[in-house]
Design a protein. Structure first.
Length: 177
């Protein structure tokens, strides 16, 4: 009996982050704001009454694809570092000034928006040697009908020119109207 009592006092709560993958159409339609831009500022702070660390990421908007974005958009990410304390949340991306990104944001005022499904709402933009902007599509998720093969060099994961990616977003938005 003593062992059981000791075992019960030693038990602590465990929590986990579980994200169900959303397909591209769902992410586009559910996001309130979609912008292509460049990160200009990242600030970590203790937020809310729980005093959890989060980062506020400010993006200079290059192009607004959905929503009423101004010249700058700021959103929150549940990670960061304040002094000697650091919060790491699996699935929450990190940002640095200069990053070029396309973000899909959720949330309504007065709350600060957040990325749709953590990293599901982020597409990083890279530049080719010639300076052309490209976006790499997200990894394919199983549709639940059976086993699927993962193919190295999958043509569906090849980088797309940013214009083609924007056309895909626009096509989804037009179908949803």
């Amino acid at each position: 009996m003593l062992q059981l009592a000791l075992c019960m006092t030693a038990v602590s709560s465990v929590s986990a982050t579980v994200l169900l993958p959303a397909d591209f159409t769902t992410v586009v339609n559910d996001a309130g704001t979609i912008v292509h831009g460049r990160v200009v500022d990242v600030r970590s702070l203790l937020a809310g009454s729980s005093r959890a660390i989060e980062s506020h990421v400010t993006v200079a908007v290059i192009e607004s694809l959905k929503g009423a974005a101004g010249s700058f958009v700021t959103f929150r990410v549940p990670n960061g570092q304040v002094g000697r304390y650091r919060r790491i949340l699996v699935g929450a991306p990190e940002f640095a000034p200069g990053d070029e990104i396309v973000v899909f944001l959720r949330g309504r005022a007065p709350a600060m928006p957040a990325l749709y499904g953590l990293s599901q709402g982020l597409y990083r933009v890279s530049r080719t040697e010639g300076g052309a902007a490209t976006v790499t599509p997200a990894a394919r998720t199983a549709d639940g009908t059976g086993a699927e093969r993962i193919v190295r060099g999958d043509p569906a994961r090849r980088p797309l020119p940013i214009r083609d990616f924007v056309r895909q977003v626009t096509a989804v938005l037009e179908r949803g109207r």
